[in-house]
Write a protein that binds this ligand. Structure first.
Ligand code: NAD
Ligand code: 89V
Length: 340
């Protein structure tokens, strides 16, 4: 049985707690939040008795082998380093760190402790996206040369996550990070990125539109475009739409979770909708299912003693892309993420 402590009982943590509950080999034995009311509400709802308002106290008491960090980014470095000092495996929400320097220190701290560090970078684990990744990796359309990974919506994310309206940065840091990570999962690492950003919604501080052009080392060119200012019907939140052209055919993941592959003059189309788990609700069920999938991956990697696909070290490259995109937009030039 893997015993886990979870830190951060806010908006998203209930998905993580529901996901852990469904895994027979896992028990969440302790909870922490600085906010006593939230801590008690979540502790009561999930019947978790050991509760802490101070993470240091929880780490000192111990009694668990891994920690799930579900707080917002400004607390991640301190919490990951405390977990490494306590000799624990770690799963930490995205964005993993506020700066690349912090992220590198966090990865090194957990590596020094000889433990596993996974970033909760769950979009590439959404089952419709996974179906695309598997088809592409299985050679369904030959060698890809063009991709578009697109997330466009006007869904009100600010009511559930008010902090998203307040930061100097918004869409690339919060959402684009997932879409850039999907592009990496599909086409590999990136040599150059060119980005433009724009704020359309006057009631928020950061950018809510970003358009990015990526040159991958594999030779693929991809467009990653994100918007929370796109009012269209049907509203596709939180679907990522994907188009890939390859030497042997084309692949499309269209709205409504329909995967179509055209090759050799034929067309194959199938429904790759995510499951609606008993604790999930539409339209979030796609993201909620991916939480359960990424958690299963974490426990399987621990059992097998292997690195998770979305390990801390892997995530350094996604974070570098985020930083490179902001730099590109600010300086109106293309940026090699390797220079950061
Ligand atoms: P939230 O603000 O609703 O909740 C965060 C909670 O953490 C709060 O209750 C706060 O009191 C607590 N907290 C903060 N620092 C703490 C500390 N040092 N010790 C103890 N408690 C602390 O935030 P949220 O919307 O739940 O987001 C949490 C994280 O999850 C963010 O990084 C966000 O980007 C991420 N997120 C990921 C997804 C996804 O699909 N992967 C979706 C939504 C949010
Ligand atoms: O997945 C996320 O990180 C969320 C949202 C989908 C709203 O962007 O913050």
């Amino acid at each position: 049985m893997l015993k886990i402590a979870l830190i951060g009982c806010g908006f998203f943590a209930q998905n993580q707690l529901n996901g852990w509950k469904d895994l027979e080999s896992v028990e969440v034995v302790a909870l922490c939040d600085r906010d006593r009311n939230r801590l008690d509400a979540v502790g009561d709802a999930f019947r978790i008795a050991r509760r802490f308002t101070d993470a240091a106290e929880m780490f000192a008491e111990g009694g668990f082998g891994a920690v799930d960090i579900a707080t917002t980014v400004s607390s991640h470095r301190a919490l990951v380093e405390m977990a490494a000092d306590a000799g624990l495996h770690v799963i930490c929400q995205k964005p993993f760190a506020q700066t690349l320097t912090d992220a590198r220190h966090m990865v090194e701290a957990v590596e020094r402790a000889g433990k596993t560090l996974m970033v909760h970078e769950n979009f590439r684990w959404q089952s419709p996206v996974r179906a695309v990744i598997e088809a592409l990796r299985g050679g369904a359309i030959g060698t890809p040369f063009f991709g578009r990974v697109s997330f466009r919506s006007a869904y009100d994310v600010f009511s559930g996550q008010p902090y998203l309206a307040e930061g100097e940065r918004f869409i690339i840091e919060d959402l684009g990070i997932h879409i850039l990570d999907i592009s990496r999962a599909l086409f590999g690492d990136v040599d150059r990125i060119t980005a433009t950003t724009r704020r359309v919604n006057p009631r928020i501080r950061g950018e809510d539109v970003a358009t990015m052009l990526l040159s991958h080392a594999s030779g693929v060119t991809s467009v990653v475009d994100c918007s929370y200012a796109t009012r269209r019907m049907p509203e596709t939140f939180p679907e990522t739409l994907i188009e890939i052209d390859g030497t042997g055919g084309v692949l499309r993941l269209d709205a409504g979770y329909r995967l179509t592959i055209q090759k050799g003059g034929g067309t194959e189309s199938r429904d790759v909708s995510p499951q609606l788990l008993p604790w999930a609700e539409k339209p979030w069920h796609n993201i909620q299912e991916s939480v359960a999938i990424i958690q299963r991956h974490f426990t399987e990697c621990l059992r097998a003693g292997i690195q998770p696909e979305t390990s801390g070290r892997d995530n350094l490259r996604t974070l570098a892309l985020v930083e490179a995109a902001y730099r590109s937009a600010a300086e109106a030039r293309s940026v090699d993420p390797g220079e950061l």
